[in-house]
Design a protein around this ligand. Structure first.
Ligand code: PEP
Ligand code: MG
Length: 580
């Protein structure tokens, strides 16, 4: 049965494929014996998970759109019945008490037992209900294990046809999924600038997030269309719709081919200003995409992705090798290496996280430079590795999430100390390496005097600048509609930063998602921006916009936008600007 879902578009284009639901793989759940003294706690843990699933099912039922087919409600009721059946609700607790199984082991053992009974039923309809038992158990496992899905193994050819359907995907899991080559993904949770969305965008695969209960409504193997431009997902599309989207898909391929002709053209405005076009990368191999799309260097290397999906921290040597590989691949083009930005929606896995406290507001907690200053050994190791790479080519070092002068001063002292350690070892580095800071917190943008006199360059992280200016969690789909890069307060802070940097003779770039959106290109040029850093896949569409722009011709219109306060007026003026 065909139906359409609306969410938040995070990565453009159209994908057509078959749904592949991401669930915790039952074979992968941890199995261990718990100590006698922990039995009551483990039973409570199990009961809490069941209660959580009960609430989830209830909420999904309550939020079902009026037009949702009646079968969906019936299907949810069936899951509620299964959840409350003593075979799943009580028997696992008995296994925990008598066998000392951990909760995950107990529920999967019981599931195998129950599904086995279903398989002996002759009636086909009833036999298939074993699949529903499995889905309910997967939900309980999800509640026990946490939000991060355990990923199954994929076959590469099947992946090209695959649309991943998940409740949520963590940035770390998205990283692990990158190489499977799937066609697109959709999730219930998430916002347009969540780090999961950013990694997806770097893959250039269509994606829609914040779909509320897609994961519940979409079955395995259904035909799905993702329209990543507008945030629409069509499930089981009628033939005419499918044909229309196949046509769109071929047009997109043609448009990409057309844009490729701009690859070797310098990014120059009609009035002759040269604009620097840089790429954002997460992993070493992303440099190839940047080069492929005609980028002039790396403006943001998000190094934290080297620290994810592993049990231990990367050593100085391992980090040095990664940074050195990037420098070598760039063959003389510059790279800005950002120090570890861990925290908020990006967490370290394995033993590294074992002491982490659960923060009430992680985005406001021990993130980025705050984490690094509190973990000097981790920070110093990274600083030495970056400095050593600077001996091999043009490297700049950038510090994220600065707000206080003392954070810059402490960072500078630690950089000095790292240099002294390398001197003592006789290891080379660029003694004049430029140190820059990210402007991501309104307080930083409003006290730029502190920054321009201590740093060599600035980079505006618009994803966080919007998040912190508007107090909108960038990863939270419930407030995603309030995440507005065109809010007058955001535009004011951006223009202020670019202009203050210019007056002080300090280069300023924008490396947040706004830099890669052609609809903002002219606005940013009009603010005086000369350095853009974005996902490699966005370089050519933005370059096309730069080539069409006469900066003198747009000055007055950009001033009007910056003076405007009403959201409707700002959008209207922006549309006019882009038509000029
Ligand atoms: C930003 O905040 O805009 C940015 C570029 O950094 P990140 O998205 O990694 O937080
Ligand atoms: Mg940021």
């Amino acid at each position: 049965m065909s139906f359409t879902l609306h969410g938040i578009p995070v990565s453009r284009g159209v994908a057509i494929g078959h749904s592949h639901r991401l669930n915790p793989a039952i074979a992968d759940v941890p199995r261990y014996l718990i100590p006698e003294a922990s039995i009551s706690r483990e039973v409570r843990r199990f009961r809490t998970a069941v209660a959580q699933v009960e609430r989830e099912l209830h909420q999904i039922k309550r939020d079902l759109p009026e037009k949702a087919p009646a079968e969906l409600a019936a299907f949810l009721e069936l899951h509620e019945l299964i959840l409350h059946d003593p075979l799943l609700a009580d028997a696992p607790a008995a296994l925990i008490r008598t066998h000392r199984y951990n909760a995950e082991w107990a529920i999967t053992t019981q599931m195998v037992e129950v599904i086995g009974q279903f398989e002996t039923i002759e009636d086909e309809y009833l036999r298939e209900r074993g699949g529903d038992v499995r889905q309910v158990v997967e939900r309980i496992l999800h509640a026990l294990i946490g939000s991060t899905a355990i990923l199954p193994q994929y076959d590469a050819t099947a992946a090209a046809e695959m649309i991943l359907v998940a409740h949520d995907i963590s940035p770390a899991d998205m990283l692990r999924l990158r190489d499977t080559g799937f066609a697109g993904f959709i999730t219930d949770l998430g916002g347009a600038t969540s780090h999961t969305a950013i990694v997806a965008r770097s893959l250039d695969i269509p994606a829609v997030v914040g779909l509320q209960n897609a994961h519940q409504l979409i079955a395995q193997g259904e035909t799905i269309i993702i329209d990543g431009d507008v945030g629409v997902v069509v499930v089981d599309p009628p033939p005419l719709v499918l044909e229309e989207y196949r046509h769109r898909l071929s047009e997109i391929v043609l448009e990409r081919k057309r844009l490729r002709r701009l690859r070797n053209m310098p990014a120059q405005t009609l009035d002759g200003a040269s604009i620097e076009m840089l790429g954002n990368i997460e992993l070493v191999d992303d440099v190839d995409d940047m080069v492929e799309e005609g980028g002039e260097g790396v403006g943001l290397f998000r190094t934290e992705y080297l620290f994810m999906n592993r049990a231990t921290l990367p050593s100085e040597e391992e980090q040095f090798e990664s940074y050195a590989d990037v420098v070598k691949k760039l063959k003389g083009q510059p790279v800005t290496i950002r120090t570890l930005d861990i925290g908020a929606d990006k967490t370290l896995g394995g033993s590294v996280d074992k002491d982490a406290v659960v923060a009430t507001n992680p985005a406001l907690g021990l993130r980025a430079i705050r984490f690094c200053i509190s973990e000097p050994l981790i920070f110093m190791t990274q600083l030495r590795a970056i400095l050593r790479a600077s001996a091999l080519g043009p490297v700049k070092l950038m510090i994220p999430m600065l707000a206080h002068a003392h954070e810059i001063e402490q960072s500078m002292q630690m950089i000095q100390h790292a240099k002294a350690q390398l001197d003592a070892r006789g290891q080379a580095y660029d003694s004049t390496i430029q140190i820059g800071g990210m402007i991501e917190i309104p307080a930083a943008a409003l006290s730029l005097g502190l920054f321009v006199k201590r740093l060599d360059f600035l980079s505006i992280g618009t994803n966080d600048l919007v998040q912190y200016t508007l107090a909108i969690d960038r990863a939270n789909s419930s407030v995603a509609h309030l995440f507005d890069p065109l809010h007058p307060a955001v535009l004011y802070l951006m223009a202020l930063t670019i202009q203050t940097g210019q007056k002080a003779g300090l280069p300023v770039s924008v490396c947040g998602e706004m830099a890669g959106e052609p609809k903002f290109t002219r606005l940013l040029l009009g603010m005086g921006l000369r350095q853009f850093s974005m996902h490699p896949t966005r370089l050519l569409p933005v370059k096309q916009e730069i080539l069409r722009t006469d900066r003198h011709g747009i000055e007055a219109q950009v001033r009007k936008i910056l003076r405007a306060q009403e959201p409707g007026k700002i959008r209207e003026l922006l549309e006019e600007l882009n038509r000029m």
